[in-house]
Design a protein around this ligand. Sequence first.
Ligand SMILES: [Zn+2]
Ligand SMILES: [Zn+2]
Length: 428
Amino acid sequence: MTNKIQKVKGMIDVLPEDQDIWTRIYQLVFELANFYGFSQIITPVIEKEELFLRSSGRGSDIVQKQMYSFTTKGGERVVLRPEFTPSLVRAYIESLQVKPKPVKLYTQGPLFRYENPQKGRYREFNQFDFEIFGDASPIADALLIQLFSQFLIDIKIKNFFIEINSIGCRSCREKYKTELKKYYRYKIKSLCPSCQKRYKINILRILDCKEEKCQRIRQFSPQIIDFLCDSCKEHFQKLIDVLDEIEVSYVINPYLVRGLDYYSGPVFEFKLGDPGEKDKDDLTLIAGGRFDYLISELGGKDTPAVGGAGGIERIVEIIKNNNIKISPNSTNKFLSKPKTCLIPIGELAKIKVFKILKVFYNKNIRVYQNISGSNLSAELARANKMKIKYALIIGQKEAMDEKIILRDMEKGTQKIINQKEILKEIKK
Ligand SMILES: [Zn+2]
Ligand SMILES: [Zn+2]
């Protein structure tokens, strides 16, 4: 008898019985991307090793032990990509930096990490990923958090919560790290072996260690919130204000640091369960944060950016374990060209726009928005070019009065209506 060949360790087959779930996930990613104005990009599975050494960070778990790297016949060091952000940044620098900002991209596909396979965690795994390049405002952070919340709601995963934190900028984080070093200096021997290494190469990561003894030691450690500089504090506070306003609930986890070197400012994780439960690695469904330095560090122009990604296998696992019934919709939503656009001018207006977006989303109506824009005539010109029929303009005054300006782009006429009546007016 001949031996049968089995799949390589850590790899999985997605069998026919699971295809409905996978298709629905991809469909939903596509719908959310269309609705929120993200364009698809597809980058190669193989990248130069240097890309990840210089971005994910030499001290990160990915680079330390999880990279599928090899030398090609031509002698070049390459890797099977372990995450999306560095690849997208590379592609952005190579081809997209000249485009008007913001550049909003999404992608999905396989990634590879050489680690011990567990349920919902494999050596080849799939993620969907959304990134916004060229918007420094916390509004962009909030937009991503809203998009990812909507994803989990639509995929019918109800028991999730959002953790947020800020890990500061170059200057305030360094001060914090110095304090952390002082705090841990005489406690090193009580830490787990991984944390003893982290003390030297990536001290922030001690904070998100899941070992009980490390968590016990950290409870009196200094917290980054107390070290944030004024501009980091302001950015984080604004993000919190927007989340409160749009009624997205969150918990601040002062120990959330994310394992990668390139993050700066706000970071977030969507986790399964309740905030009080014991923290485990395999509860994270979607995660991301801001990375304002990465583009310039990889040779691009100084460009602020924020992004996040979700692990598909884990989400599929939860859907199956909880007997959640989902199947693809018969048609993709938000395929039609938008007839309406939303133009918020000013911070308050931008915050108000989130709620209006939700109304359109729930009614399956595509509406164009450029939440990063701040110039009315530029936005009107763009709307004209896109052959938009109605512009909904909201400025500071309208935002305060719960009103909105409805402009007929063909006739050039406009009137002020109540925000609550938007749908009624648009339908007319
Ligand atoms: Zn700072
Ligand atoms: Zn530890």
